[in-house]
Design a binder for this molecule. Structure first.
Ligand code: 5GP
Ligand code: ZN
Length: 110
């Protein structure tokens, strides 16, 4: 989708290093990490948020990518977050799954 920063990352219009890639997803480090490990997993196809995500292949691909990227990096304990909507903290409207690890993560979050 035009003017979507994450579509530009997928299309390599913005150069970025992928920590993981498969047919349906890519993963890369967050620009503004909130933990020693802060990775974003996104589908190559544009969906604004969970609310628009209607492709079951992509849904399962996102979970598979989380398993593959954490396994690849040797991370067994981590938090996954998906913010949906502005009031929930979503700032980029191309669905993405945060993977956070490498420090104690309190629950409930602030
Ligand atoms: P949200 O707040 O929408 O759940 O998460 C968006 C995340 O994308 C933020 O953690 C932010 O730091 C990250 N981000 C925004 N723009 C870029 C970018 O151009 N490159 C990368 N690697 N991360 C970005
Ligand atoms: Zn997009």
């Amino acid at each position: 989708m035009e003017n979507c920063i994450f579509c530009k990352i997928v299309n390599k219009e913005i150069p970025s290093k992928f920590v993981y890639e498969d047919d349906d997803t890519v993963a890369f480090n967050d620009l503004n990490p909130q933990a020693p490990v802060h990775i974003l997993v996104i589908p190559k196809k544009h969906f604004a948020s969970i609310n628009e995500l209607d492709d079951e292949k992509v849904m399962s691909a996102l979970f598979k990518a989380v398993k593959n990227v954490t396994k690849k990096l040797g991370i067994e304990e981590y938090r996954t977050v998906i913010n949906t909507g502005e009031s929930a903290g979503q700032t980029v409207f191309h669905i993405h799954l945060h993977i956070l690890a490498g420090r104690p993560l309190n629950w409930p979050p602030g």
